[in-house]
Ligand binder design. Structure first.
Ligand SMILES: NC(=O)c1ccc[n+]([C@@H]2O[C@H](COP(=O)([O-])OP(=O)(O)OC[C@H]3O[C@@H](n4cnc5c(N)ncnc54)[C@H](OP(=O)(O)O)[C@@H]3O)[C@@H](O)[C@H]2O)c1
Length: 261
């Protein structure tokens, strides 16, 4: 019997999609309760599964949330991962993601980790130098390295599906790695130009340039990400580690369908 009562902490860019997908399943009876937690309202009594979609600046809060969850008898906790694999991020905001896993292990509160690659409907923005709509895009090295992309709707759809169909034993201490598509920035540009007829101006950022930017400002998140992607850390996992086949009918969107529908 899978879980039926859920709480989601952090109803924002991603959490709102997960809430919607679980609420859709409520209509079918597969989900009983979905509690939305916010800074002002936070109670996990009677909940079986807590999903955290807190943002990087709030990840420290996951410790007290996990402690409260354990005390309230919550059975499973999904910390706010939902990104890519990355090497141990010393002194950067991603460190808190590592720490959350340690807290859950120490508490003996089973976790579910979900890696999704980049949100295809969210990352093509100026702050990351990926504002495709402006006609300009910048990315690292020669742009041929592969990255995982998944849209937030597809992530939420997959997560809601496994939570409501797999038995708890398959969810506890589990890691799910999913991707809508594994593709390079160069190939995304090629497909975009072909589909839209618009030419993009591409600026390639060398690893040295990105390293230099980080020396000046260690909190330059865009440079940190571009550098990690060059190193192969922009994927959800190795191809053989992917969990897409857990739900063979899952039909996620390709990047081009998202950025040029
Ligand atoms: N793979 C990708 O491309 C990608 C892209 C973006 C994010 N992510 C990951 O997805 C996860 C969720 O990120 P998100 O962008 O969805 O989060 P978000 O929308 O920025 O924040 C979610 C909610 O958390 C609460 N919150 C925000 N700042 C807070 C603070 N300082 N203290 C306490 N609560 C705060 C807010 O809810 P209330 O106001 O109701 O409290 C907010 O609506 C993170 O792990 C992030 O790293 C991945």
């Amino acid at each position: 019997m899978s879980f039926t009562t859920y709480a989601i902490a952090g109803i924002g860019n991603l959490g709102s999609f997960i809430a919607e997908e679980l609420l859709i399943l409520k209509e079918s009876g597969r989900v009983k309760d979905v509690v939305l937690l916010s800074r002002s309202v936070c109670t996990v009594q009677g909940i079986e599964f807590v999903i955290s979609t807190l943002p990087l600046p709030a990840l420290e809060l996951q410790t007290s949330l996990a402690q409260a969850a354990k005390a309230a008898g919550v059975r499973l906790f999904a910390p706010s991962e939902f990104a890519t694999i990355y090497s141990e991020p010393k002194g950067c905001p991603l460190l808190a993601k590592y720490q959350a896993r340690g807290v859950l292990k120490d508490l003996g509160l089973p976790y579910l980790l979900m890696y999704t690659g980049l949100f295809s409907d969210f990352v093509f923005v100026p702050a990351l130098g990926l504002d495709i709509g402006s006609g300009k895009i910048s990315y690292g090295a020669d742009g041929s390295f592969l990255m995982s992309f998944t849209s937030r709707r597809d992530i939420a759809h997959f997560l809601a599906r496994i939570l409501t169909t797999l038995p708890p034993a398959k969810l506890e201490w589990s890691t799910f790695r999913i991707e809508g598509e594994r593709i390079s920035f160069n190939e995304i540009v090629r497909q975009y130009e072909q589909k839209t007829g618009k030419k993009l101006e591409v600026l390639l950022l060398s690893p040295e340039e990105l390293e230099a930017a980080l020396k000046v400002n260690p909190y330059d998140f865009a440079s940190l990400l571009h550098l990690s992607w060059i190193k192969g850390e922009g994927v959800a996992g190795k191809p053989e580690e992917l969990s897409n086949s857990v739900w063979p009918e899952w039909n996620p969107k390709k990047v081009i369908e998202v950025i040029a529908p």
